[in-house]
Design a protein around this ligand. Structure first.
Ligand code: ADP
Length: 607
């Protein structure tokens, strides 16, 4: 949790800086050299601006005081030339340095975006429904965005402090040599301004916290509005106005919060302006008095004014820099929190044995996280190696939940799932997931090439892809595509991208499952949108392709029952009936027998 208290801030700043230092050192160590050069260039430029004009003014004053022009004028010209020449050199190098730093900053922005995306994809599935985890994700993204300026934003905040510390050292030396009483005036005003500035920072931080949730919801609505895939529904249900109203209400909430924040900050800003005016008046009075009484030269007067101003602004930059770096680190720390977000499920490290697998559900009961009601109770079932199981039941009976538990997207609430006699919690997650090729009802095709959509992992074998496309019946259609397997799906990345029909999408999803070549294949109603006969055809075809692998087919219809070894009927949160088609169809008053009687027209020819 983000804490704004001072006690929390220090460790957060320290941890964040440590993290950033290590990251930069590992990925782009030469950034440290660029930062060092930046400090050297900026401090040199400031010192040139403060010191050299003093010499010109003193030369001119000497002429005005009756000195020989031919002696003093060339010296004044020399100093002026020196200022211009040195300035030019420093500016050129500073610019090159700035460009290199900006390139690296961009590089880190993309690096962090990728890391956040990668972690979000690899987090336990359960977190995708956990509002707290989603908030942490959102805060990580925002925290590393303009709130902190990302890796380079945080690092540069430190560079600014160091740069100003170096300038401060230089001007304190100059002030002590000329008008030392300037120091207390500047320091006092700075203390007052720092206190009021800190108050404003706290107001900002409180607003950030308050808006995190509304930002997430606002982002969701905006995403919905901009997502072309939802275009049909939005238009046909005329929901654009509703979406805009929602977006409007969240926008109003945000504007109200920021206005409130500005109002609260306004009083503090007034106090800071008044203190600034007093400080300037007092300083000029003191330096003017020193010059008039002859304690310092006219050139010293100019140098003192510039030093006083630099002293104040450097010290101010250091103090606000410390506040700023604390603030930036607090925001950036959200990224570290997200990357260390605790796993939802314990991780095992046992290896899955090669060969055939036996699956057992032993007294499994389950309720979804943060819900009260069990959706599955006392599930006991054994699926033998190579067995083809059909799971049927009405919508909401818990069929998909059963598959999610088997794939360990969630952990069971009670009981255990065993594979080859070992609790699935003990297996290494990576190895365990390889056991399954699942096509869910809401399977998703990406706006990438057909090849990438089938292979999904980085490497792809064109021969095997063509083979599975032939098996699923998509090969002919794929041949007609402009770029073959490399044709992009949808228009997201390429206006020439192709759109697939519903049937083609299902075939693509089935090809994906076949390509994965896992020992257990599961079809969870990817065909729900089809009519029962078409669904039956796809299931039967798929069943032939699957051959001797273990297969689980889910449907609220009876599409796959005919050719499956066993049927499990889910009802009332549990497995109500279990057996072969012949056993269940003849059970008088049974759920399966009733379903079959009602749907027989679709399957009677084939059963
Ligand atoms: P089926 O696949 O048989 O249609 P599901 O397994 O999808 O049924 O759903 C079983 C029950 O679990 C339903 O009451 C559903 O509302 C509930 N449910 C499904 N997913 C979630 C979830 N992520 N969080 C809470 N409840 C859920």
């Amino acid at each position: 949790m983000f804490k704004s208290g001072k006690t929390q801030r220090l460790p957060i700043t320290r941890d964040t800086l440590k993290f950033m230092f290590r990251l930069v050192w590992r990925e782009k160590p030469h950034l440290f050299l660029l930062y060092f050069l930046d400090i050297v260039f900026e401090v040199s430029m400031k010192m040139i601006e403060i010191i050299l004009p003093k010499f010109i003014i003193d030369e001119v004053a000497a002429i005005l005081g009756g000195g020989a022009a031919e002696e003093h004028l060339p010296r004044a010209a020399l100093f002026a030339g020196l200022i211009v020449g040195l300035h030019l050199i420093v500016i050129v190098f500073d610019n090159i340095n700035g460009q290199l730093m900006s390139y690296i900053s961009q590089w880190f922005t993309e690096y962090i975006d990728i890391k956040i995306g990668e972690h979000a994809m690899k987090m336990d599935f359960e977190h995708t429904e956990n509002p707290e985890a989603l908030d942490t994700l959102n805060k990580a993204k925002e925290g590393m965005d303009w709130y902190s300026g990302g890796v380079c934003g945080v690092m540069f905040a430190l560079v600014i402090i160091l740069r100003n510390a170096a300038m401060l050292f230089g001007v304190i030396t100059l002030i002590l040599m000329t008008c030392p009483l300037l120091l207390p005036v500047q320091i006092l005003s700075l203390i007052i301004i720092t206190i009021f500035n800190a108050r404003n920072n706290n107001i900002d931080a409180a607003s950030f916290l308050k808006l995190a949730k509304s930002n997430r919801v606002f982002g969701y609505v905006l995403f919905q509005l901009a997502d072309f895939r939802l275009g049909k529904d939005i238009r046909l249900y005329e929901s654009a106005d509703m979406m805009c109203r929602k977006a409007d209400s969240f926008a109003d909430e945000q504007i109200a919060a920021w206005t409130d924040c500005d109002k609260k900050k306004c009083k503090n800003s007034w106090v800071m302006d008044i203190v600034n005016s007093f400080r300037d008046g007092l300083s000029y009075f003191y330096i003017g008095y020193m010059a008039l009484t002859g304690a310092i030269s006219v050139g010293d007067f100019s140098m003192c004014v510039a030093s006083a101003s630099t002293f104040y602004w450097s010290l101010h930059a250091i103090v606000t820099g410390i506040q700023d770096i604390n603030k930036k680190c607090a925001y950036a720390h959200r990224y570290i929190e997200f990357m260390n977000y605790p796993a939802a499920m314990p991780k095992g490290n046992s290896s899955v044995k090669q060969g055939e697998h036996i699956i057992e559900f032993v007294n499994v009961s389950f309720r979804y996280p943060r819900t009260e009601n069990y959706v599955l109770r006392n599930i006991n079932i054994t699926i033998k190696p190579g067995e083809h199981l059909s799971i049927v039941g009405l919508n909401g009976a818990g069929k998909t939940t059963f598959v999610k538990l088997l794939c360990r997207l969630y952990d069971v609430t009670e009981g255990a799932i065993l594979i080859d006699g070992v609790n699935i919690k003990d297996y290494s997650e990576e190895e365990y997931r390889k056991l399954f090729a699942v096509v869910f009802q809401d399977f998703f095709l990406f706006a990438f090439s057909l090849r990438e959509n089938i292979a999904l992992t980085g490497e792809s074998d064109a021969d095997r892809i063509n083979e599975v496309l032939k098996q699923s019946g998509l090969y002919e259609d794929a041949q007609k595509l402009d770029n073959g397997l490399d044709t992009l799906l949808f228009k997201g990345f390429d206006e020439k991208g192709t759109d697939l029909s519903g049937g083609q999408r299902q075939k693509a999803a089935i090809s994906r499952a076949l390509y994965r070549n896992s020992p257990v294949v599961i079809l969870d109603e990817p065909t729900a949108a089809l009519d029962p006969v078409a669904e039956y055809d796809i299931y039967r075809r798929f069943n032939t392709l699957v051959g001797g692998k273990t297969a689980i087919y889910i449907s609220h219809r009876l599409s796959s029952c005919k050719f499956c070894d066993r049927i499990a009927v889910f009802a009332d949160d549990t497995i109500k009936e279990y057996g072969t088609h012949d056993q269940l169809v003849n059970r008088a008053g049974g759920i399966y027998a009733e379903m079959f009687a009602a749907q027989a027209q679709y399957y009677v020819d084939t059963v």
